[in-house]
Design a protein around this ligand. Structure first.
Ligand code: GLN
Length: 192
């Protein structure tokens, strides 16, 4: 199994370290041909407008959309924004996952916070019982998901922070920063 990490901008290196710790072959993706032969792709956190601009400039929008027709794609934070269909403003989006996202949803004063999330799918898939410690950095929330998408995690006030639609996964937070590889394992379980 070989998983790519979109390496235009953001914290792609941390995802690669996490995948390697799980014994998975990895590839940094900057060019369309680097998608060939991959079984899945992670789009990291960073700045979604910058990722979108660079993906447009590098001719990656079409190839990424085609890749997502067949293969699993997971967006973390800015990556989740880029993967979505709607962010209520103009910026390049892949539009692969039918979710509506609000950027920087936690306001400027509270740029970052951490929370323990109870995620039953994750526990089941990994045979563990602990909550997932999630790190939010200028994070978006998932405002709504389509009827065929599944909410994986919400904050205690009900705001959605992780969702899945078929082989697409979106998390508002950064599982690559915590040393807990269960979300990465969960993503690998979506790959057939
Ligand atoms: N605030 C960033 C954006 O809107 C996302 C931040 C992140 O990826 N940590 O794209």
């Amino acid at each position: 199994m070989k998983i790519g990490v979109l390496a235009l901008q953001g914290d792609f290196a941390e995802h690669i370290i996490m995948l390697k710790s799980l014994g998975v072959e990895t590839a940094e993706v900057r060019l369309a041909e680097q998608l060939d032969g991959l079984n899945g792709l992670i789009i990291p956190g960073g700045e979604s407008t910058t990722i979108g601009k660079l993906a447009t400039d590098f001719g990656l929008m079409g190839p990424l959309r085609q890749f997502g027709q067949r293969q699993a794609v997971w967006g973390t934070c800015a990556g989740a924004i880029f993967l979505s269909k709607d962010v209520s403003r103009e910026q390049p989006l892949l539009g692969l996952m039918d979710i509506k996202v609000a950027r920087n949803a936690f306001g400027r004063q509270v740029d970052s916070f951490e929370a323990d999330l109870d995620i039953s799918e994750l526990k089941q898939a990994t045979g563990t019982d602990e909550a997932f410690h999630a790190v939010f950095i200028r994070a978006p929330i998932i405002e709504s998901v389509s009827a065929d998408a599944k909410i994986l995690a919400s904050l205690s006030d009900g705001r959605i922070v992780a969702a899945q639609q078929g082989h697409f996964l979106a998390t508002s937070f950064h599982p690559e920063l915590t040393g807990d590889s269960r979300f990465h394992q969960y993503f690998l379980s979506l790959i057939d």
